[in-house]
Write a protein that binds this ligand. Structure first.
Ligand SMILES: Nc1ncnc2c1ncn2[C@@H]1O[C@H](COP(=O)(O)OP(=O)(O)OP(=O)(O)O)[C@@H](O)[C@H]1O
Ligand SMILES: [Zn+2]
Length: 727
């Protein structure tokens, strides 16, 4: 298929390239025309003269003529994007109100790393005969050739001098290490539910492939997008693996998205073990060299499967026949920076663009997917056990962190997982005498105490969650800008030394729990290591934030605990019910897998009547989703409407406000705002919202308003962030 940006077949050779310079400013509006060097096509990365500068840019289109006098590019890079990715960038820029340059930049490999070369030695054919004198050691050395020279270089150089071996530099790919978890290399025998799921996916994948190839017997209709709704532990990974193998056999590329690589080592390991070198891994934890080399393995077509978090959906694969989104409900699939793309939406775009199949899988799917996608269901656990019983524990009258029975259950459990969605030791500090609170100098938020030891609330079973700590230990940190300062010895306002620590965090809870405790949260560097050690341990407690609930498959966890199930419910957001349901149901799914015990889950809450909690406790996703969809339909929230949020940020509060007011005037009348958000990273913020029944008009109205202020004089120092359907 020819890309829509190339000229119609048989036309004149286009003489003009349209280049989008890779600059971040919204004010620079490309593309710009240049003379086309021979062979320079859509996707080429070039360096072009631009005013008095030289800029890197990407060719996004060809044209026959231009109304400008054209300059030539200064050079053409060896890197190029497949035309489908150029199309993707242009679509994405429009879809999330970003710029083509920002989107193209995400698609390219790291720019300043080059190929790594190493010396490669090979035996010269016919150079050895019966008369060649060689020592034992030399013979052993020759036996291992051809290969990298490594430590044997001096010895090999001597053989080279005798004309027996050749030594020359060769490119050697930097490969990421495989996760250190075991994974069965062979397909397991599927149960009937899984078999039916694989069959349905196979016919979709093969049907799509036949249609793409223009085969005469291609089916008239193909299921292009599917939801794999499988309860926790139902063996979805096995279904994905067989689907991926099927797409590979059909000669097509596969993208597999996981929420976060360090938290899903088992999934990655299973793909690597089963599909071998066809699998490339792309994520931000790789070194720049590894990332470059994995990118090239995909670009050259040596690797046909890309596994990774969010950004793996931007892999330079051509002819994508299958895109899998595992744990599709996870908010990690939404990009934080600009462009604020949603990997699930991009996944759907890529599948559609290449005529492939999209599979979104989860035990707790999003209402959006539940509404829009045909479903395949895996109703039972693969190990044949029932889902663990979940009990809501009313803590309204409880004055300790852990209710008595919960505490006892933790002592009795062999292996437990405990969820508390707040990291740090204490989430705020306040002077017990004058009320002074410690705040970040750059952001209007409390500083969080980290790394403090000493007496704590939970250990002493103190009547409140606050405690007076040992002064001066640990560090105060801002979770929004990274600011750090030493904790106070006394209050700067009244010189009192009674500084109260409020809000229990994971660090403090971990310090107070009995037995061997493993902690997992965003402050822990080696997350995969923690998971591995907990998995291998005979007994112990894994404590952490939501990341402990993400798809892990430990066979012998007999207890799951949610310390504060109301934390997400209290969020003033239309997704708070959905989040709470997902978190509790996912945590519950970690208990009682595979091993000898059936497991048990205890959920502490002050809202035991809440429907999302009750339905999560009953493992009833269907009823929850039906109710949630009704609620959203009534109130006009996604997926029944599109919601756009625009935030203006400026170091000068008046300027942020002024920009917000200008935007408000240029947006349709039903827009709301500008409302203040808390100051962050030294910038004052104002936010506006626009809601409408259809995505197209909402996005177009936002784009028009935002474009009208970008590049204007008042826009200096102004950062405008647009988010469509915020997570
Ligand atoms: N047919 C099968 N027979 C026996 N065990 C199986 C079968 N299929 C999968 N399993 C095992 O069941 C366990 C759960 O599988 P998997 O991790 O894929 O679940 P999942 O559906 O992704 O669950 P979650 O939503 O909780 O992540 C794994 O240990 C897997 O090896
Ligand atoms: Zn800050």
């Amino acid at each position: 298929m020819s890309s829509p940006t190339s000229p119609p077949g048989g036309g004149r050779e286009p003489a003009v390239i349209r280049v989008e310079p890779l600059v971040t400013a919204r004010g620079v509006r490309g593309p710009f025309d240049y003379a086309r060097p021979a062979g320079c096509d859509v996707g080429a990365v070039v360096e072009v003269p631009f005013g008095r500068q030289r800029l890197r840019g990407v060719v996004t289109a060809l044209a026959e003529t231009s109304e400008h006098a054209l300059k030539e590019p200064l050079s053409i890079d060896e890197t190029s994007l497949p035309p489908s990715l150029v199309e993707l960038a242009l679509w994405m820029a429009g879809d999330v109100v970003s710029t083509p340059a920002r989107c193209l930049d995400l698609l390219l490999p790291p720019a300043d790393v080059t190929e790594r070369t190493r010396l490669w030695a090979a035996v010269v054919p016919g150079a050895i005969d019966a008369g060649t004198r060689l020592t034992e050691r030399q013979r052993a050395l020759l036996d291992r050739l051809p290969g990298w020279t490594g430590d044997d270089l001096p010895a090999l150089r001597r053989l080279e001098a005798r004309g027996i071996v050749t030594i020359e530099p060769r490119a050697q790919d930097r490969r990421p290490d495989d996760p250190a978890v075991g994974a069965p290399a062979r397909p397991v025998a599927l149960n009937p539910d899984q078999t039916a799921a694989v069959e349905r996916l196979r016919s979709a994948i093969l049907g799509a492939a036949a249609r793409r190839a223009g085969a005469g017997d291609a089916p008239a209709s193909v299921e292009e997008r599917l939801l794999l709704h499988g309860v926790t532990g139902s063996g979805k990974t096995e279904v994905y693996l067989q689907a991926a193998a099927c797409a590979l056999e059909a000669g097509r590329g596969v993208v597999v998205l996981v929420p976060e690589i360090a938290l899903t080592p088992q999934t990655v390991a299973r793909f690597r073990a089963r599909l071998g070198d066809a699998v490339a891994v792309l994520h931000s934890g790789l070194s720049r060299g590894e990332r470059r080399d994995e990118w090239w393995r995909l670009r050259r077509g040596e690797a046909r499967v890309c596994v990774g978090p969010m950004s793996a959906v931007l892999a330079p694969l051509e002819d994508v026949g299958l895109v899998i989104v595992d744990e599709e409900h996870d908010p990690a699939f939404k990009h934080d920076g600009d462009p604020r793309y949603d990997a699930r939406r991009v996944a759907a775009w890529r599948a559609r663009r290449d005529g492939g199949v999209l599979v979104a899988g989860s035990a707790t799917p999003r209402p959006e997917s539940w509404l829009a996608l045909p479903r395949i269901s895996l109703a039972r656990r693969a190990d044949g056990r029932p889902l663990p019983p979940v009990e809501l524990v009313d803590v309204r009258r409880c004055r300790t962190v852990l209710e008595r029975t919960v505490h006892q259950a933790l002592i009795d459990a062999r292996k437990a997982i405990v969820l508390l969605n707040r990291r740090g030791w204490a989430t705020s500090l306040q002077c017990a005498d004058c009320g002074h609170a410690w705040q970040c100098p750059n952001c209007d938020v409390s500083l969080v105490l980290h790394g403090a030891g000493g007496p704590s609330a939970a250990a002493a079973a103190a009547p409140t969650m606050a405690a007076i700590g040992s002064a001066g230990s640990g560090v105060l940190r801002c979770h929004h800008c990274g600011h750090r300062e030493p904790p106070p010895v006394h209050c700067p306002a009244c010189r009192s030394v009674s500084v109260g620590r409020h809000g229990l965090g994971t660090e403090q809870l971990a310090a107070d729990l009995p037995g061997h405790v493993f902690r997992l949260d965003a402050d822990v560097r080696d997350r995969a290591g923690v998971l591995e050690r907990f998995g291998a341990a005979e007994e112990g407690i894994l404590v952490g934030t939501q990341m402990i609930a993400k798809g892990h498959d430990f066979p012998d966890v007999d207890l799951g605990v949610v310390v504060d199930a109301d934390a997400t419910l209290r969020f003033p957001d239309f997704r708070s019910q959905e989040r709470t349901f997902q978190l509790v149901a996912q945590l519950a799914g970690r208990a009682g897998r595979g091993g000898a015990t059936s497991g048990r889950v205890l959920v502490q809450t002050r809202s035991p009547e809440d429907a999302s909690l009750r339905l999560a406790a009953a493992h009833d996703a269907e009823t929850f989703l039906a109710g949630e969809l009704d609620r959203r339909r009534e109130r006009g929230f996604p997926p029944f409407a599109t919601l756009a949020r625009i935030t203006c940020e400026h170091e000068d509060e008046a300027r942020a406000q002024a920009a917000g007011e200008v935007l408000r005037q240029r947006l349709p009348r039903e827009a709301t705002g500008p409302l203040p958000l808390f100051r962050r990273q030294g910038r004052f913020r104002r936010t506006l919202e626009l809601r409408g029944p259809h995505r197209g008009p909402v996005v177009a109205a936002v784009r028009a308003a935002v474009d009208s202020i970008a590049g204007s004089r008042g826009a200096r120092g102004l950062v405008v962030v647009v988010e469509i359907d915020p997570r």
